[in-house]
Ligand binder design. Structure first.
Ligand code: XMP
Length: 319
């Protein structure tokens, strides 16, 4: 795409002008926005860039390894893999209130990010994958509803606190343009087309108390579900799909034995911007096959439901 080719050259030039030979830190989440921002910055300033990938223990199966391997080994970026699972899961122990979970995770995220950023000597800039809609949204928020539905964690205020200047190379772009730019920069299609994944991760897909056991079960179930969706060629038709593990055990029968295991809910929605959403109309055949696979392949789950709530009145995530 010639437009993106031109944008890329222009963006690289601007980054070099802004940054000079200072060092830049970038939070890498593995999502499309931060991935494209990191790839673009790397192309512009090479090893002046260090990325910090915070592993809070609430990631999906193999996710941390995939992200770190791709950026470090295949794209040659300097990536710090912050292994902070113990810290996050420790602080979340016994917590079941959704807003409390979000606040704990948001606060720790900032603490951890700051801790690692402080180790990068001479850093003067913090890069963020802010998009144009994010810029607009934060402006319109001030006149928007005064009720907080969910506290999103973000790193607003962090740059000033750390004495860093912001670099936001995607500020003029919409999501589809970011994807085009990612493609232009050579990021694999599997990364560019990824469904969104929330900052608080699996914590908000595990209503009630978060335990390592539940997270383990959830990761396996989610992997089977996404595998099914890919195998049926549905991944790109869906905005977001995931499993939530429910805080309830139910009785089942398998072989000639009684089971007493967790129930789970499958979620899949279509959406344009995440603000409203419809549940995805899977065929009964797909749902039946997927439920059977999850129950057979994932120890700890013996019941599967499909969430057919739209947004509004529901939200996409369960918490
Ligand atoms: P809800 O559940 O509010 O989600 O309908 C709308 C979209 O936002 C994502 N989401 C988040 N993303 N930090 C994020 O980066 C968050 O705290 C957060 N909470 C929800 C959600 O996955 C969906 O795409």
């Amino acid at each position: 795409d010639w437009t993106m080719g031109a944008y890329r050259e222009e963006a690289i030039k601007k980054i070099r002008e802004q940054v000079g030979d200072a060092k830049v830190i970038c939070g890498l989440s593995g999502g499309v926005d931060s991935s494209v921002a990191a790839a673009l910055l790397h192309e512009a300033i090479g090893d002046q860039l260090t990325c910090v990938f915070v592993d809070h223990g609430l990631l999906r199966l193999n996710e941390a390894e995939e992200v770190v391997t791709m950026f470090r080994d295949h794209m040659n970026l300097q990536v710090i893999h912050a292994q902070e699972q113990e810290l996050f899961l420790g602080e979340l122990e016994g917590v079941s209130d959704p807003e409390t979970k979000r606040k704990i995770i948001g606060k720790l995220f900032i603490d951890v990010f700051q801790k690692y950023a402080d180790q990068i000597e001479g850093a003067q800039f913090l890069a963020q994958g802010t998009l144009y809609p994010d810029v607009i949204e934060s402006v319109s928020f001030s006149g928007g509803p005064s009720v907080t539905i969910k506290s999103h964690h973000n790193v607003g205020g962090l740059p000033e606190k750390m004495g860093l200047k912001l670099v936001e190379p995607l500020r003029e772009l919409f999501k589809d343009e970011v994807r085009a730019l990612g493609h232009e920069l050579g990021l694999p299609a599997s990364f560019i087309g990824r469904h969104p994944f929330p900052g608080p991760g699996l914590a908000i897909r595990c209503p009630g108390e978060i335990t390592r056991e539940k997270l383990e079960i959830l990761r396996k179930a989610d992997a089977v579900y996404i595998d099914q969706i890919r195998k049926h060629g549905l991944y790109d038709d869906i905005w977001q799909a995931f499993v939530a593990i429910l805080p309830v055990r139910t009785v089942g029968v398998m072989g000639d034995g009684r089971t007493y295991d967790y129930a789970c809910a499958l979620r899949a929605v279509t959406s344009v911007d995440g603000m409203t959403a419809d549940y995805y109309p899977f065929s009964h055949e797909f749902l039946g096959e997927t439920a059977t696979r999850i129950i057979n392949e994932v120890k700890g789950i013996n019941r599967c439901t499909y969430d057919i709530t739209s947004k509004p009145p529901g939200t996409i995530e369960w918490e």
